[in-house]
Design a protein around this ligand. Structure first.
Ligand code: ADP
Ligand code: 3PG
Ligand code: MG
Length: 408
């Protein structure tokens, strides 16, 4: 079944000026250089296709959350990195609308790429201002709008929503791939489907936990999220990161799980850690200590799931045909507490017959760092954080819904 929206493959773009929304909101290092260019690499298939069609490609994106113009958040380094990946020059204009933009695009030849400045330097972007969108469409001279910024389609901003009122709007190849891969895995996965959920907070991920209670065969709860589940059961966790105020949410998750399975004991469906790895300080050198659930000292912090629990996750992942992983299994920034995440990554990367979908900003960062093959070791590493979560939870994404429907 084809994608439900028109794409750059279904409309005639040859030789036209095309406005492309990418999500180049890349992580930056302290010195302002790009820490990871995964989102730039992920945009290449669409740009290659448009260049092959002889288009004049104009790319817009946001970077960070600036308040007004902020030279630390210019897209110039992104344009330079894009030029390296494309192996050809990329023009950069330090405005998004106005005469300078108009002139630069007019002068740009066909089969060229121009990147405009950070959209969020303009208040009209986040305000979803129709006047700003109209100006963007007019000044770019574009005949089509291409939405390829999967990571930002959960926002209703001028470049994801209002712009679609101004130009015929279709999906790029990244958006199409992200959307179809994630929705297929939620709706018609090869089973067993294992969801591995972790990371910082339960409250960030309530809706996907609920969604996986409906669709998954097994759910592993790990990371600080697992601390919160364990604490709710009365496990003493010392100084571990535990989220307050989500007890009712956890109870509701168990009610839903019991209803689905038709039995009281659902511990083999909602799998919590049976041991933990603790440390006494948050430093990269802090040694890892393995403890049972009842052995966490008053000053200990549970920073990873324990070795036995890691074995459980590896076994489940080995038996699964689809694994969706969102949220690190522990404090994966520190190698001593990255064991769980690293062993899951290895299991997925070496599993011949699993569809592995990795999502979440920190989780994707982790696997990309871990993987010598730039993410190729997994079926799909998502470029989306919040957008992926909302899509998995079954929500409609404004930046997708607003595109032209596919012809049936
Ligand atoms: P994602 O961005 O992939 O959705 P989250 O933002 O939810 O993931 O969670 C990642 C963060 O959770 C990381 O910064 C990690 O350090 C933190 N984290 C995971 N497990 C623990 C833990 N046991 N204690 C403290 N922090 C943790
Ligand atoms: C992201 O990184 O999740 C997207 O680029 C959206 O950014 P935002 O959360 O600042 O809207
Ligand atoms: Mg995160």
């Amino acid at each position: 079944m084809g994608f439900f929206k028109q794409t750059i493959n279904t409309v005639p773009l040859e030789g036209k000026t095309v406005l492309v929304r990418a999500d180049y909101n890349v992580p930056l290092k302290d010195d302002g250089t790009i820490a990871d260019d995964f989102r730039i690499r992920a945009s290449l298939p669409t740009i290659h296709k448009l260049l092959k069609d002889g288009c004049k490609v104009v790319i817009i994106s946001h970077l960070g959350r600036p308040e007004g113009r902020d030279k630390k958040l210019t897209l110039l380094p992104v344009a330079q990195r894009l030029a390296q990946w494309l192996g050809e020059p990329v023009r950069f204009v330090d405005e998004v609308v106005g005469d300078k933009v108009k002139m630069a695009i007019k002068r740009a030849p066909k089969r060229s790429v121009t990147v405009l400045e950070n959209l969020r330097f303009y208040p009209g972007e986040e305000a979803n201002d129709p006047v700003f969108a109209k100006q963007l469409a007019a000044d770019s001279g574009a005949r089509y709008f291409v939405q390829d910024g999967f990571g930002v389609v959960h926002r209703a901003h001028a470049s994801t929503s209002a712009i679609t009122q101004e130009l015929p709007s279709v999906a790029g190849l990244l958006l199409e791939r992200e959307y179809t891969t994630i929705t297929h895995a939620m709706k018609a996965p090869k089973r067993p489907l294992l969801a591995v959920l972790g990371g910082a907070k339960v409250s960030d991920k309530i809706e996907i936990i609920e969604a996986f209670v409906r669709v998954a065969d097994t759910i592993v709860i790990s990371g600080a999220m697992a601390n919160t589940f364990l604490a709710h059961r009365g496990v003493k966790l010392g100084k571990s990161k535990v989220e307050e105020g989500v007890g009712d949410t956890i109870d509701a998750i168990y009610v839903a799980a019991r209803k689905k399975l038709g039995r009281e004991d659902v511990d083999d469906f909602l799998v919590l850690p049976r041991d933990l790895a603790v440390g006494g300080a948050l430093t990269a050198e802090e040694p890892r200590r393995e403890v049972a659930l009842n052995e966490v000292g008053v000053d200990d912090m549970a920073l990873d799931i324990g070795d036995k629990s890691i074995d459980d996750v590896v076994k489940l992942a080995t038996e699964a045909r689809t694994v969706i992983w969102n949220g690190t299994l522990g404090m994966a920034e520190y190698p001593n507490f990255a064991h769980g995440s690293a062993r899951l990554a290895l299991t997925l990367a070496t599993h011949p017959d699993v569809t592995s979908i990795v999502g979440g900003g920190d989780t994707s960062d982790f696997v990309l760092n871990w993987d010598a093959r730039g993410g190729e070791s997994f079926s799909h590493v998502s470029t989306g954080g919040g957008a992926g979560l909302e899509l998995m939870a079954g929500k409609k994404l404004p930046g997708v819904e607003s595109l032209l429907d596919a012809r049936r």
